[in-house]
Design a protein around this ligand. Structure first.
Ligand SMILES: Cc1cc2nc3c(=O)[nH]c(=O)nc-3n(C[C@H](O)[C@H](O)[C@H](O)COP(=O)(O)OP(=O)(O)OC[C@H]3O[C@@H](n4cnc5c(N)ncnc54)[C@H](O)[C@@H]3O)c2cc1C
Length: 500
């Protein structure tokens, strides 16, 4: 089986929605690119190029329903090797042509939209697992390997797992996981992707190829892996990834609890984690989401727990959780709620269905210190519900750390039927401005795992403060012509306005 990208919603048309500046590609440059690898052009096959120029950004689903994408690549290049990526970048660097990487195109922030046209690099053909060191437990995979293909190979032939299971497991590539600094649903046991990366192969803007990391630990200056983890295609193309793995275990523990109040449940999760109980899955649903999806009565907060691994560790973890939860007023509930979650956890049909009904919906995930969870929850709900046409704001806690947790908000507005796209855009923008700024103001960060892309680009400077200029300096040094995914991550854009 080889997985390929999954379109987010049907698209009939290829009009451009964003009014950003576009970069033309000369016939001679096009023929040089075509000598390197297969290419598809917007002038000969705009529909295919339109598919390859979009991702799962929920706002753009409204555009797709009207036959529009954000913008079209002038050329999609389909490289098969690091060498081909390197040659393409050298050409684009020389000619100052924007290059936007596309993996599974499951990003939800518009990160792989080529806002200035130019070249989209379709990395999905670079899909080989190139090495498995079973003794050290390290796998090396090309960037375009999808989750199901990676895990099938590792589990079936080597008895190991990376343990990275994002909701988009079927939709995303290894390179995209790393480029977006993603998190899987089992992250409280296995960590985020940045905890799993051992080393990277990266092609820089000028076409040179570097290798970063490669060892279990080091004191060789700053860790260069982390320059590229989360860089979302703005600093280089990640062509190969070395990841840590764990032995597969078939032993699991599961539990489900109900709390009378949300803040009791927050406190219970904090206590469990602070007592070193790190079950793979620890998911807390506010009363709205508990009632909507987990059998809650409308006032209770439901928490689901699942762990896997060595039986003694799993049993001790579940027992520590039970003790901390009981001390905070929890009632144990039937464990089959976990099975229900497992069955439905990757279902995305509600997103498409609600979009077709005209809802403007999106999700906003942020990292919050334990001490500020209640404040951030209240501030985001209040701010987002005060925006035009807002109808719902709910949250769950999806990933936990010693010092904080991820709050994952689901936000919805319902403008009147047949609202023009420009007003859909402004409804979405108002919702995000209110929610994101309320989160930042109450003590959260900008993003936990979806990344920044185009949607959150406008908040980067305020989120990073004076540190932003250091990031911009790194960008300028690695990509002096600014060709790597321009318009994203808040960087100075040498090609003008992105149109968003
Ligand atoms: C239904 C749904 C659920 C999701 N759930 C989760 C979740 O649980 N956890 C989570 O972390 N994310 C989740 N996401 C978001 C998304 O799946 C992740 O961000 C994923 O890591 C993106 O991978 P991709 O291969 O699809 O990347 P793309 O969407 O193709 O690209 C994303 C960004 O990374 C850049 N990029 C891609 N590949 C490379 C590369 N090789 N080198 C350099 N830059 C590159 C692109 O230019 C773009 O800026 C979800 C998305 C959807 C649609």
């Amino acid at each position: 089986m080889t997985t390929t990208p999954t379109p987010p919603i049907e698209l009939e048309g290829h009009a451009e929605h964003l009014a950003g500046t576009r970069t033309a590609i000369s016939a001679s440059t096009l023929s040089v690119l075509a000598e390197i690898c297969r290419v598809t052009t917007a002038s000969t096959n705009p529909q295919e190029v339109a598919e390859l120029s979009r991702d799962w950004w929920p706002l753009a689903l409204h555009w797709a329903l009207q036959g529009e994408v954000g913008s079209l690549a002038a050329v999609v290049a389909h490289p098969n090797s690091t060498e081909e990526v390197s040659r393409i970048l050298a050409v684009c660097h020389e000619a100052s042509i924007p290059v936007t990487a596309a993996g599974g195109r499951s990003g939800v922030c518009g990160g792989s939209i080529p806002v200035h046209g130019g070249v989209v690099l379709d990395l999905s053909a670079m899909n080989s697992i190139t090495a498995v060191d079973e003794i050290s437990g390290v796998v090396t995979a090309q960037c375009g390997v999808f989750g199901p293909d990676l895990e099938a190979e590792l589990r079936t032939h080597h008895g190991i797992t990376v343990g990275h299971h994002p909701q988009s497991f079927d939709l995303a590539t290894v390179g995209g996981w790393v480029a977006c600094r993603g998190a899987g649903q089992y992250s409280t046991r296995y960590g985020k992707i940045e905890d799993m990366v051992v080393g990277l192969e990266v092609v820089l803007a000028d076409g040179s190829v570097i290798n970063t990391g490669g060892h279990a630990a080091g004191a060789v200056g700053p860790d260069l892996n982390h320059v590229f983890v989360g860089s979302e295609g703005t600093l280089g193309i990640i062509t190969s990834v070395m990841l840590r793995t764990h032995p597969v275990s078939n032993y699991q523990g599961r539990a489900s609890y109900s709390f009378p109040t949300l803040s009791d449940a927050f406190e219970a999760c904090r206590l469990a984690i602070r007592h070193d109980a790190t079950p793979a899955v620890l998911r807390l649903y506010d009363p709205i989401e508990s009632a909507r999806s987990h059998g809650g009565n409308g006032s209770e907060t439901i928490v689901l727990v699942l762990d896997e691994g060595h039986p003694r560790i799993v049993d001790a973890t579940l027992e520590t959780v039970r003790e901390c939860f009981t001390n905070c007023g929890a009632t144990a509930m039937p464990e089959d709620r976990v099975a229900h979650w497992l069955e439905h956890r990757n279902d995305t049909t509600a997103l498409q269905g609600l979009t077709k009904k005209g809802f403007v919906i999106d999700t906003m995930e942020v990292t919050v210190p334990w001490s500020k969870l209640n404040d951030v929850y209240d501030a985001v709900r209040e701010a987002s519900l005060s925006t035009p046409h807002a109808v719902s704001a709910s949250a769950h806690l999806s990933h936990s750390y010693l010092d904080g947790a991820c709050l994952y908000f689901s936000l919805a507005s319902r403008p009147p039927r047949d609202t023009p796209l420009a007003e859909i855009d402004s409804t979405h923008r108002a919702l995000w401005d209110a929610a994101q700024r309320a989160a930042l103001g109450a003590g959260a960060n900008l993003s936990h795992h979806h990344g920044v892309g185009l949607n959150r680009s406008r908040y980067m400077r305020e989120a990073l403060g004076s540190a932003f200029s250091s990031l911009q300096n790194i960008k300028d040094a690695l990509d002096p012509h600014g060709i790597m995914n321009p318009g994203k991550l808040g960087f100075d854009d040498k090609f003008g306005s992105s149109g968003w």
